[in-house]
Design a protein around this ligand. Sequence first.
Ligand SMILES: C[S@@+](CC[C@H](N)C(=O)[O-])C[C@H]1O[C@@H](n2cnc3c(N)ncnc32)[C@H](O)[C@@H]1O
Length: 224
Amino acid sequence: MSGKITRGSSELWRIPSPLWKRIDPARLLLGDWWKEVDHPVAWDELLPGGAMHLDVGFGGGEFLLGMARLHPDRRFVGVERFAEGHRNLVKNVLRMGLENVVSAVGDAHVVVGICFADGSLDGVTLNFSDPWPKARHASRRLFTEEFLGLAARKLRPGGRLCLATDDAAYAEQALGDLAKVPLLASTHPEVRWMDVSPYPLRTRYEEKWIREGRPLHYFVYGRR
Ligand SMILES: C[S@@+](CC[C@H](N)C(=O)[O-])C[C@H]1O[C@@H](n2cnc3c(N)ncnc32)[C@H](O)[C@@H]1O
């Protein structure tokens, strides 16, 4: 596919997922469709399929697309603050004809809070998604007791929360905040974090940090 995606783009009609038929495609293209539907979103009707996985702060969406291709039987939802990442993802979803992935533009605190019922997710990933060192951006941070607690509530018992960071200080902070969420338990109690990814694919930033030789920190916690 080349050029701009417009409401009339024929690519839209190649996607058989009910989401693209039931929701105004213009809203799907903009990424604000989630504001127009009832909450929590009726995922089983709009995006029917298997296990539900949420990727928070997906950036350009490479990880989501890769996982969606690898696991066509699972559903992948992405949340990203920046519309450009969403547009990139949508372009690729349409180009690849993927039926099992959708994304929303917005702050994860809001989108995760209202779009998912408690206990409805099988997995949540936070891949290098906390670039907010400045105090004035503190409310956007995701590696906090508040956000990790919210994500944990949205997981079903046995569901997994996976978090990755290149920043040693954030890793320490995440460790402390994860410990404050009673719903979560580490799946690797023998080590504080792991230095290799639990996933078969790398994200764009992960590639970059590995090229630069940065040590990486991975956490996998299970919902009790
Ligand atoms: C360093 S990038 C990592 C992107 C991708 N996960 C990867 O590993 O390549 C961090 C991304 O998280 C997103 N992000 C950070 N805080 C967010 C929030 N509160 N809500 C939604 N997205 C957020 C940013 O917009 C950015 O695209």
